[in-house]
Design a binder for this molecule. Sequence first.
Ligand SMILES: [Zn+2]
Ligand SMILES: [Zn+2]
Ligand SMILES: [Zn+2]
Length: 335
Amino acid sequence: MSSGSRELRMDPTTRTWILVGKPPQEPAGKQAPEACPFCPGREGDTPATIAAITGPDGAWRVRCFPDRAPIFRIEGPFDRAGEGLYDRMRNVGAHEVIVESREHGRRLPQLSDAELADALRLIQGRVSDLHRDPRFRYVLLFRNQGPLAGSLIDHPHSHLVGTPVIPRRLEQELRWAKQHFDYKERCLACDILHQELRDGRRLVEATPSFVALCPFAPRFPYETWLFPRRHQHAFPRCAPDGETGLPGLAALLRRTLARIEHLVSDYHLVLHDAPNEQAERPAGDWTTLRDDFHWHLELLPLTARIARLQREEEFYENPVPPEEAAAALRAAPVG
Ligand SMILES: [Zn+2]
Ligand SMILES: [Zn+2]
Ligand SMILES: [Zn+2]
């Protein structure tokens, strides 16, 4: 391995892919830049626009461009190789930034439902586009809000990462969803929704098309998941218009984030989507994916620095039971 390059290595004891090696030098260091590079008029400070949604005046409202300090490199093949029992490959992938508003310092609940729907439309278009690259097995959307979540720039933005490997947590979810389907011939998430809608104690809000709920065993206080109410395996399948589509999702997401921000200011938002079905993959994978997996958003509020037991051993402690969290979130204002 040459210095300055990184590669993916698989830990065979947990089947986790790890990005090993020194990261490339970042242009401005890992510090908040003095002038915000995401503000209108400073587009020249970022790489060129890949996609944008523009208003009637022709100016962008939502904008997407490659990250200046990408986690992965876009060019070249994987060069997947074995070394005895070990596996390694080059860190090929895509890393894009989506700026969700022209206005600096705005938070997602302060956007209008229509603005948030535009941001989701651009994100969905980018996910579908990255799926056309068969090198990417998974496209990861995440959003860090606040310093505890590691966000340095106070301008609303998300990250999109196309990777040759499936993130570990997703891999676990895919495996258990498939196993549930193999036993019961039903989608695990549909079963969860059915039970939670009947029970009601952990529901935050349900619309005719989407459901926000606190999971039975949450890792974080006020952790909330958002599902389409009717079975749908992949986010790109969500309709761009209408209450059953992205505008309906945007409205419930905005209200749910407003509730969460009333209680906790910092959080991660992550999309758990089906893997890229157009990717090269070993035969036999994902044979029932369309029936067994159900895409969703996870909102993970952060109230404290991560404890060692959780960080190193992935053993979570949560002082707020989800029944109490859901009651507090239901009572919180949505405006
Ligand atoms: Zn800004
Ligand atoms: Zn389902
Ligand atoms: Zn999930």
